[in-house]
Design a protein around this ligand. Structure first.
Ligand code: ADP
Ligand code: MG
Length: 263
């Protein structure tokens, strides 16, 4: 199983939208896919149609109680896509973890336990992070092989990014040398807006090949889909947003380490 954290400490940049739709695209391509909702707001869970009342076990149990992955994962309406939902109590986890010895390794340990001898049912796992660089995100970075960064094309985008990349370096040095950067995906791109265009050019100049060719356009269908409890890819698979996520999934597969693709 390859594990990909979707992180950016800024809120509202498209992490959850990317998590839901890239996970759906991978599942549709035949990869057994898991999405772990690690944001106490639970937007990925709601967006996949899992009501709060149905979240008996959650990412909180996985993290705090080291519950078994199989008992926390729920099937979704999407074939080959399972979800570990988030519940309100996850907002307390950040504080509860402070005094715990292996506080940055909790998620890694839980996933490693489930994956012993390649035992999990999943080929790929995405982790939707909260908008901060606190212990929840550190757990995601500690568990991940790769980081996917959604970046909104706006004026301060690059500033926030350098802070995130510094955190990645620290994580690599201190507790997860495996962590690589899979890439940066530009989100909410609006070609009629010259500032957006300029930011996209600057980001590409600065970060080169780290930036995916595929760009996610601003598309109202992407923002409507969660209120129907569906990925945009199911709600309207032909809209420009869905097509962009399918293209992104193709690029993402091409960037995965060769040996994993056979999974
Ligand atoms: P994050 O998880 O980083 O906080 P979200 O994915 O929840 O960000 O996106 C924030 C808001 O913007 C949501 O209401 C979402 O539906 C909307 N949104 C995200 N991506 C797009 C897009 N490409 N076009 C239009 N709306 C978008
Ligand atoms: Mg989110």
């Amino acid at each position: 199983m390859i594990t990909i954290a979707i992180a950016n400490q800024k809120g509202g940049v498209g992490k959850t939208t990317t998590a839901i739709n890239i996970a759906t695209a991978m599942a549709a391509t035949g990869w057994k896919t898991l999405l772990i909702d690690l944001d106490p707001q639970g937007n990925a869970s709601t967006g996949l149609g899992i009501a709060a009342a149905d979240r008996e076990f959650s990412s909180y149990d996985l993290l705090i109680d080291q519950a078994h992955l199989a008992s926390c994962a729920l099937e979704t309406e999407i074939p080959a896509l399972d979800l570990v939902p988030a519940t309100q109590d996850l907002s307390g986890a950040e504080v509860e973890l402070v005094g715990v010895e292996d506080r940055t390794h909790r998620l890694f340990n839980a996933l490693a336990k489930a994956n012993k001898g390649g035992a999990t049912a999943y080929d790929i796992c995405f982790i939707d992070c909260p908008p901060s660089l606190g212990l929840l995100t550190l757990n995601a970075l500690g568990a991940a092989d790769s980081l996917l960064v959604p970046l909104q094309c706006e004026f301060f985008a690059l500033e926030g990014l350098s802070q995130l990349l510094q955190t990645v370096e620290r994580v690599q040095e201190r507790f997860n040398p495996r962590l690589g950067i899979l890439g940066i995906v530009l989100t909410m791109f609006d070609r009629r807006n010259r500032l957006t265009d300029q930011v996209a050019d600057d980001v590409r100049d600065c970060l080169g090949k780290l930036v995916f060719e595929s760009v996610i356009p601003r598309n109202v269908r992407l923002s409507e889909a969660p209120s129907h409890g569906l990925p945009a890819l199911v709600y309207d698979h032909q809209c420009s947003g869905s097509r962009a996520y399918i293209a992104l999934a193709r690029e993402l597969i091409a960037r995965l380490p060769q040996e994993r693709k056979a999974a």
